[in-house]
Ligand binder design. Structure first.
Ligand code: NAG
Ligand code: NAG
Ligand code: NAG
Ligand code: NAG
Ligand code: NAG
Ligand code: NAG
Ligand code: NAG
Ligand code: NAG
Ligand code: NAG
Ligand code: NAG
Ligand code: NAG
Length: 509
């Protein structure tokens, strides 16, 4: 009797695959890819506390998987003194699996080691035999087999390929497996069976486990898992025209913690022209108080601003139908406010609706400093009047340089913000109705910023943008610190996902 690879399979889903895959996915799913060694725009570090958490989670998952396992029937034959015995073991299934201690640790400059000691598996099954002799004999009963003191240790070497995706590899010396005692309890049957079956079952289980487990593990890592990580998504769309690149810029580092340095740049889809900005340097940081730390640079935000500006994402035309129905403000040139702000306009074009075409004139910028976060948005506002026949007539263009400050926070797994108006400089760049006094208009625009723009930004900010998730874990105990050019975010993982979210988040394709 041999227990082969299939013995440890559940359909087409080998259990070792599940185990290794889960362990690894937790640690590597946040790891993406790159071409040359460049500075990262985004960095993720999983501290020893985080790796231990992921190891424990992997262990619980594995226990669930293995207790569902059923083992294919086995049969064999042997000649003993009473004749030629044909036997089979049927309905074998795992009744208990204990995995008291799993650790994921890092191996410097190599990868991660997943190790467990003191594992124990109990299997319940049925036996039957028949002896073909002059007087045929057959019988059946059940058995319990317990394999204890199992230890397993697998090192997975993790690197990076040319596309910036992680690579995984394990060589035979990276896998160590050992089974301790196998204890078999037979129920029913004649006493001579005990000697035969005890021995047969014990050896079959022990030998095949010792022979095969590392082969199974190596196959899982080197073919299935390797294929899986080779197709990880390293680009994710953020708008119809823009995508974020989270490929690795270098092989992940393993130094107690796992550190993955990612491109963290937004590009126009299909056009990977580099944004013309400086990438801030993320300083060495040994803090380990949270399971996960992420560094989000202002380069990432500014590359987004650059691409969104270049793809006209910030072009927006305001017409009366876009103004909330309850609003006091109207785009009617005879409206009280318009009469008050630009009397020249009301006189020249009375009783007409207007259209305001907004755009950014340069890419908006975000400046992150330890003292605070500032956003600079330079835009233009072109005003038109709409004739009853829907023809537009140009009236004037204003330039507006807007400065806001922002505070960042969290809501569940989203990064949220709250912005405050700092200043606005409004100038008239051209006019078809001659010059007009901007003083009152400036006050009006400031008021519009404070009453429309900021609340709108903050409404978006209250929802926030999803942070990359790790597996399906929720976040807790968030901390957020501003540095020179980056936000440093610290989080603990919690096993209970806090919200149902679409799976297409930043880091998991
Ligand atoms: C788990 O394993 C680690 C390292 O092998 C060891 O230090 C620790 O004492 C073990 N814990 C338990 C509960 O066995
Ligand atoms: C590993 O981390 C320790 C601090 O945690 C640091 O002192 C050491 O230089 C690091 N080693 C490498 C090779 O990065
Ligand atoms: C690619 O993007 C850059 C920067 O946005 C732009 O200057 C260039 O024209 C674009 N190239 C193409 C082919 O669209
Ligand atoms: C805004 O209106 C102008 C005409 O004034 C038009 O050319 C442009 O396509 C519109 N932009 C958007 C985003 O609707
Ligand atoms: C503009 O407002 C005036 C007075 O409030 C009104 O009589 C006129 O019909 C409005 N014009 C348009 C185009 O809505
Ligand atoms: C923004 O709009 C103004 C006037 O409406 C126009 O002159 C300018 O070219 C536009 N800027 C960009 C970057 O599209
Ligand atoms: C906006 O314009 C001001 C000058 O009016 C300039 O100081 C600032 O750098 C500009 N902002 C951006 C993002 O270019
Ligand atoms: C629409 O009305 C304006 C003002 O009355 C006029 O100048 C323009 O020629 C008209 N356009 C069309 C297409 O009728
Ligand atoms: C946003 O900031 C303003 C000013 O600092 C404060 O008054 C307001 O309560 C904040 N809102 C939220 C939702 O934090
Ligand atoms: C306002 O903008 C104009 C034109 O961009 C510039 O010349 C002026 O210095 C700015 N004023 C302030 C206070 O920033
Ligand atoms: C997180 O952000 C996304 C996108 O803005 C939003 O759809 C979702 O509702 C937010 N989740 C929470 C909990 O605010």
């Amino acid at each position: 009797m041999t227990l082969d690879y299939k013995t440890f399979s559940k359909g087409n889903q080998p259990m070792m695959r599940t185990m290794i895959f889960r362990f690894l996915l937790y640690s590597v799913s946040v790891v993406f890819a790159a071409e040359a060694v460049v500075k990262p725009g985004f960095l993720v570090k999983i501290t020893p506390k985080g790796l231990q958490f992921l190891g424990d989670q992997g262990r619980s998952e594995l226990i669930k998987e293995i207790t569902k396992l059923t083992i294919p029937d086995q049969s064999g034959s042997e000649n003993i003194h009473v004749g030629h015995v044909q036997y089979s073991f049927t309905n074998m299934h795992v009744t208990e699996f204990s995995f008291p201690n799993a650790t994921i640790s890092t191996k410097n400059n190599v990868g991660v080691t997943v190790a467990g000691t003191g594992l124990q598996i109990s299997i319940h099954g049925g036996w039957k035999y028949s002896i073909h002799s002059i007087v045929p004999v057959k019988d059946h009963g059940s058995f319990e087999a317990t394999i204890s003191s199992i230890s397993l240790s697998v090192t997975i070497e993790i690197g990076v390929d040319k596309s910036g995706r992680p690579t995984v590899h394990s060589s035979p010396s990276d896998c160590k497996f050992h089974t301790g005692d196998v204890k078999v309890d037979l129920h029913g049957g004649a006493s001579w069976l005990y000697n035969l079956f005890d021995h047969t079952i014990e050896h079959a289980i022990r030998d095949s486990l010792n022979d095969k487990v590392c082969n199974i593990v190596l196959k899982e890592v080197n073919t299935d898992l390797a294929k899986e990580v080779a197709t990880l998504k390293v680009l994710a769309p953020i708008t119809a025209n823009a995508e974020i690149d989270y490929s690795l810029v270098s092989a992940p580092e393993f130094n107690q913690s796992l550190t993955a340095a990612m491109k963290g740049e937004v590009y126009e889809i299909g056009n990977h022209t580099e944004a013309p900005y400086h990438i801030p340097t993320i300083p060495e940081d040994v803090e380990k108080s949270r399971m996960v730390f992420m560094w989000v640079t202002d380069f990432l935000a500014n590359s987004a601003g650059y691409v969104l500006h270049n793809t006209n994402f910030f072009h927006y035309n305001v017409t009366q139908d876009k103004i909330p129905p309850g609003s006091k403000f109207s785009l009617n040139t005879s409206d009280f406010a318009v009469k008050f702000l630009i009397p020249e306009l009301s006189e020249r074009y009375p009783n007409m609706l207007m259209q305001l075409n907004l755009n950014t004139t340069v890419p908006p910028r975000l400046i992150i400093l330890p003292e605070g976060v500032t956003a600079l948005i330079n835009g233009s506002i072109a005003a038109y009047v709409i004739h009853p026949n829907t023809t537009l007539t140009y009236v004037f263009t204003l330039a507006s340089d807007l400065k806001l400050s922002a505070l960042f926070g969290f809501s569940q797994t989203n990064l949220t913000w709250n912005s405050t108006f700092l200043s606005e400089n409004v100038t008239l760049t051209s006019s078809a109705i001659g010059p007009f006094n901007l003083d009152i208009l400036r006050m009006g625009l400031q008021l519009a910023c404070k009453t429309y723009l900021i609340p709108m930004l903050n409404e978006m900010g209250a929802d926030g943008i999803p942070l990359p998730t790790i597996g399906s874990y929720g976040f807790q105990n968030p901390t957020i610190i501003q540095g020179k050019g980056f936000l440093k975010i610290g989080l603990d993982l919690s096993s209970k996902p806090q919200a149902q979210r679409p799976s297409s988040n930043f880091f998991r394709g």
